[in-house]
Design a protein around this ligand. Structure first.
Ligand code: MN
Length: 423
């Protein structure tokens, strides 16, 4: 049976990434396609609120797409028993295309013997010397793998025993790794390499549904379906796909899609919000049976509560990496009802940003402190970018900060000016 197609949002997932992947995988399933939603990280507080409200369990976490040794094990290669005779050992080598035999004692892996050792034993026989046994020849292998190890670490040459908790599982080699069917992946709400789950080069991207800029690094082996729209939310696109397919949106899925639209457009306040997003939200709210304003404020409030986050967690909140030229920078964002508390601890946040920046070699690390009520952003940052930031926003940088009225959208109002100022 073919592998399930995974549908995933970006690393450090937001409500759109979690909810659109669940909703799109569900649409595929309803169309008879074997798809499953996955997530790249823990749901944030806002997302957790939405999942809980509509009684949906979060999809499984997938940390990387690297091919694992466990997917490529020849489990039918029996081990050689520790008490086997040398003749048994010779037969094992005749039966198997391997220069090394795993030796087991009651299923437990005890080591290996090499084919060449049997040649030595043959010479001893001819010379009339006393023969060893399998037990006398067994020794530790140079390399042994566990099923969770990455397949790309298996050397080009040779065969290797795979052992799990001391138990012999089978053998693995580079060509068995190479023959593993690639994991097919559909990306929603992202396309830039740095935001994709690690190891995507060992998988195959078969689709993208997104509403961001194209990051320029997306390359695929085969043909691909892509759907980009300049709307405020991926969930709006997914809503349209249900309609196109003539498939009714299940109530809980509608609730999740609505949550994503509210989140990405900050309840229609963001300049990224389009009439299509509003229309979709109204339909979705009808199906989900909630009042948009009331539910929306409740959900945003759940996410806006940063009082129990450490400065480190705040500067990582909804953080994304971006590349301009050969420099990488990060932009995190917190959306709050009132910015006072955060601005009061600005120096602590700047220190946390500097730590984040320096540890990862970023040229700069930004934090957008966005007020949902005032519809404005205080942008603070670490890194030597005062000049670029000043020219990006046409404002003087005061103590690593610019105040940006009417700015709420990272994607539309922050990233493009920074990228062009960096040129
Ligand atoms: Mn989005």
């Amino acid at each position: 049976m073919a592998k399930q197609i995974f549908v995933t949002g970006h690393k450090n997932p937001d409500t759109d990434s979690i909810c659109s992947s669940i909703a799109y995988a569900k649409l595929k399933q309803l169309q008879g396609i074997n798809a499953a939603p996955i997530r790249a990280g823990e749901p944030n507080k806002e997302t957790a609120f939405a999942l809980n409200y509509f009684n949906v369990t979060p999809q499984p976490l997938v940390k990387d797409f690297y091919v694992k040794v466990g997917e490529a094990v020849y489990s039918d290669v029996e081990g050689l028993a520790i008490n086997a005779s040398l003749k048994d050992a010779a037969k094992w080598f005749t039966d198997h295309e391997s220069d090394v035999a795993p030796v087991v004692d009651n299923g437990q892996f005890v080591g290996v013997i090499e084919k060449a050792q049997l040649a030595d034993q043959f010479i001893k026989t001819v010379m009339g010397e006393e023969l060893s046994t399998v037990k006398g020849l067994v020794h530790d292998p140079e390399l042994v793998f566990s099923p969770n190890d990455c397949g790309h670490d298996v050397p080009e040459k040779g065969r290797y025993a795979v052992v799990e908790n001391g138990k012999y599982v089978g053998m693995v080699c580079a060509s068995s790794i190479a023959s593993v069917e690639k994991q097919q992946v559909i990306l929603v709400d992202h396309n830039e390499k740095k935001q994709i789950i690690d190891g995507i080069d060992e998988a195959s991207i078969v689709g993208v549904i997104d509403h961001h800029r194209i990051g320029g690094t997306l390359a695929t082996d085969g043909p691909i379906s892509i759907l980009f729209k300049t709307v405020g939310c991926t969930a709006t696109i997914v809503t349209g796909l249900y309609e196109q397919a003539g498939i009714a949106i299940p109530k809980d899925v509608a609730g999740l899609l609505l949550s994503a639209v509210i989140s990405d457009t900050v309840l229609f306040r963001s300049p990224t919000c389009t009439p299509t997003d509003r229309e979709a939200a109204e339909k979705l709210a009808n199906i989900a049976g909630v009042d948009i304003e009331k539910y929306g404020m409740e959900m945003l409030k759940a996410g806006a509560n940063v009082s129990d986050l450490t400065p480190d967690q705040i500067v990582h909140n909804d953080m994304k990496e971006f590349t301009g030229g050969d420099a990488t920078f990060t932009v995190a964002q917190v959306q709050v009802m009132d910015t006072t508390d955060l601005l009061n601890q600005k120096q602590v946040l700047l220190n946390a940003l500097e730590k984040l920046r320096a540890e990862n070699g970023y040229v700069a690390s930004f934090l957008m402190i966005t007020s949902i009520i005032d519809e404005s952003t205080n942008l603070i940052f670490a890194g030597n970018m005062d000049e670029a930031v000043s020219s990006a926003f046409g404002k003087d940088v005061l103590d690593k900060e610019v105040y940006l009225p009417k700015v709420m959208s990272r994607k539309k109002q922050v990233i493009p000016p920074i990228l062009s100022a960096m040129k």
